[in-house]
Design a protein around this ligand. Sequence first.
Ligand code: 6PG
Length: 256
Amino acid sequence: MTNERRVLVHPDKQALTGSVAARFLTKTVDIIDDLGGANIVLTGGTVGIGVLQAVNDSPARDSVDWSKVHFWWGDERWVPKGDADRNELAARQALLDNIAVPPGNVHPFAASDELDDLDAAAVAYADELAAYAADGARYPRFDITFLGVGPDGHIASLFPDRAGIRETDATVVAVRDSPKPPPERLSLTRPVLNSSDRIWLVLAGDDKASALGLALAGASYTEVPVAGAKGRKRTVFFVDQDAAAQVPANLIAPSY
Ligand SMILES: O=C(O)[C@H](O)[C@@H](O)[C@H](O)[C@H](O)COP(=O)(O)O
């Protein structure tokens, strides 16, 4: 399999989340066997959380030695710790609170009632990334990074024509102008996301078809951020039929 972007189409959102969950469990077992541990970057959004729920519901869930897995986030909303808008809360409810992952292996962004301001929270997460990085690196080796995709093609909290998508020096950015509420967020930057060995994009619904079609047709990533998502080894789009409506047929992997 080359590192070209692959599109795997599923009949509907439920089939999509179930398929990604099964693939995630088997791949994570392999990564742990090969490397001794796994660093997974989670996403917010309904499809991303749907995948975590499907992982939790899988009979194979505990085939993974969760004690060897670290969980990170690609982005987070700047809201209080217990706020329903927190990507961390949704991930904990869907999966993390139900598996034997050591608390220290879960690395959430700070919440707005934990640190004074957004910039301090961005620095704090950059420091956390560096604390778990190999010597000289600024962030860990990420094995699988999940990304949802917005109708405008945003990934994490990197939005079209905003400063965040252009950032290449910082590892974490504070976002104050998110067009998707809430307006204040934190996000990993594109170089950090793309450092991941695998990027798995999960998207469903006809409102995503245009962004996906534009991205695969070569749109600029500053205008369509998902166009700039590319893992070091693999970049796979897991989509339903509605989201695939504008994907060129030659880019769609055979379904099986
Ligand atoms: O914090 C967030 O809002 C997410 O990280 C965001 O990037 C999300 O993944 C997309 O907006 C897709 O969301 P849906 O899967 O709900 O369409």
